[in-house]
Write a protein that binds this ligand. Sequence first.
Ligand code: ATP
Length: 747
Amino acid sequence: MRLKSVELAGFKSFVKKTQLQFGSAVTGIVGPNGSGKSNIAEAFRFCLGEQSMKSMRGRRGEDLIWNGSTSSPRAGRASVKLTFDNHDRGLNLDFDEVVIERVVHRDGVNDYLLNNSQVRLRDIAELLSQANIGGTGHHIISQGEADRALLASTRERREMLEDALGLTAYLYKREEAERKMAKTAENMREVASLRRELMPHIKFLAAQVKKIEEAKELRDTLVSAYAEYLKRESVYIAKVGQELADANEVPLAERAALDQRIAGLREELSGKKGGDRDTKELIALEARGRTARERKEAVTRELGRIEGELAAHTRLVAHQEGQVPAAETRAFATQVEQGLSEALSLEGAELTNRIKTLIAIAKDFVGRITALDVPAKEGEELAKRKRVLEKELCDIGNVEERMVVEVAALRRRIESEKDAANEAQRELFEAMARRGELEAQLVGLRAKGEMLARDQAAFKAEFTEAGVLLGREILEYESYRISAAGGEEVGTAEIMEESRTKQEGRRRALERMKIKLEGLGAGGGAEVLKEYQDTTKRDQFLARELADLETSSEKLHALIGNLTDTLETRFVEGIKKINREFDAFFKLMFGGGSATLSVVKEKRLRKGSTLGSLDVRSNLNDDEEDVAVEEGVDIAVNLPHKRLKGLNALSGGERALTSIALIFAMSQVNPPPFLILDETDAALDEANSRRYGDMIENLAKKSQLILITHNRETMSRAGVLYGITMGTDGASKLLSVKFEEALAVAK
Ligand code: ATP
């Protein structure tokens, strides 16, 4: 990579487009004071991205633009172009020629262009750092800066050396990695805090979901238990109903036949002459007895029905009272209170979600309370009716008792009157006796029928309730397969064999399950479940994200470690090499003595520290948080034949010589593509000027040199000489004349 030319347009005193070609290894720029030579050195700084206006002798961007004169108006912009031959790809771009251009406008805006394409300053800086042209500008020594390397702080000197050793590219990479790492750490904190915020919500939802799942499980169990209960009950009712019908058949038929026979006999008896008074009375009594019996049956049936209804009603009321027991009400209150107090610390979507969940819980609770409004009146009316019927039954019993006494008395009387010899009458008595027996038998069967009716009513009530609670599923109870312990299906015979207390036990178990199920409160199930799934999914996503961030943080940490190691080793090795050269150059210039660079550690207050000014650093402990330990580079010199030691003991010329020795040493170890020295030789006497000239020729083997000078010795070493003049118009002019022959004469 070789510097081909620099082109200035509107830059400082160079109003017209001015191009300097660098065809020779050493180019000299000469001219009278104030003609604009240093402006050329500054044009280089400017184009390479210098941000310090001070180092270009300006206060703001505008100061760099041609300011106008009587003959030429001021310019709107200043631009500088550097053209490099890049056949060797010294600059990491796939072009044979690379043009870097910087433009500054009057409003202070800067443009950076790379082969005519707009780029960022950072792109230019990175490109140059790879080619050993770092940001500290160690390869451009401005006028009056001959002893810059000595004036610099130990830290600035270290940066200059890092730059000269080509370590800036690594520093860029490390800075980039550190920036990324800080960003990653920030992201990790954010993600972790998001997860922390989600945690109580997830816990709350998990508890809800657990309840919902328990309720679902219990409901499934209840469906099967109900199906078994209802199936057993329906089988039992059908079977008992059938048995009763069978049992009634024979006695009913016999009674019907007897009734006919009795009617015939009565007719026969009443047809007989003067059918006696007692017999008539007996018949009348018997007729009254029948009426009383019929009424008794009707009342008993009605009473049975009412009792059945009352039992079902009582069960329903008891059950509904159990729907919202105190414990559950308390649980509801706790749930709401807990939910609300947790909600206090939530925000945004989390808060909204929490409130939604709480609304679902409240809705469910209210729903259950509303179901409680069963009219109590219904029960009262049933009880009242029952009492009336019981009274009537009791009255009928009294009437019957009286009639039994009357019939017995009548019989005794008839018998004593010997009318009993009458065959028809005897037969009538026999038939009536048999009928009484049958009646007793039928009353027993009727009682069974009433029991069955009660069971049926209870079954119906239970079935309705199951339907309300569990829905359509329960309609299919008939196809439910009841399995015995061995797995085989339980049939009608086994169902009928079983004691009724077992079935009653099942019913009580159903009641307990229902109460428990209602206690769990299955309200808002789907919503809560969805919310829980969404929230856990989000949490899992965040967990993965956190893991990813941790991995990249670890990688960055390792990268930073590697870069730091590389920088350390290269720096230490580079310093060793530069030290050898420095000492040699120093000896050469001073005819003896010695010079050394040493790496020193320095304490520094971190940015934003409240501990005070940097001056207190000597009193700081290393382990204090605000203190950063930084490496710097110190210079120690020993002049030959002089007792005094240290940089303060040097004269102006000696300082310049020492500084030049260091600059040359750096350039020797890691030659920059070009070196611009603006009157670095100003303070040198004749002898030293010659040595300076020798060293320049030596350096020119590896780097292109651009020397701004008034020194004849230096001029004599240049392959090409440019003359800069300034006319009365205040504009610099370039004399593009080769002075080689002329200088040969001057020698
Ligand atoms: P010396 O030999 O004394 O160091 P020099 O040749 O290095 O002198 P410079 O310092 O480069 O001279 O040039 C300074 C000249 O440039 C001054 O005359 C100054 O007025 C002129 N100058 C600086 N900035 C501008 C500008 N923005 N517009 C016009 N002229 C400018």
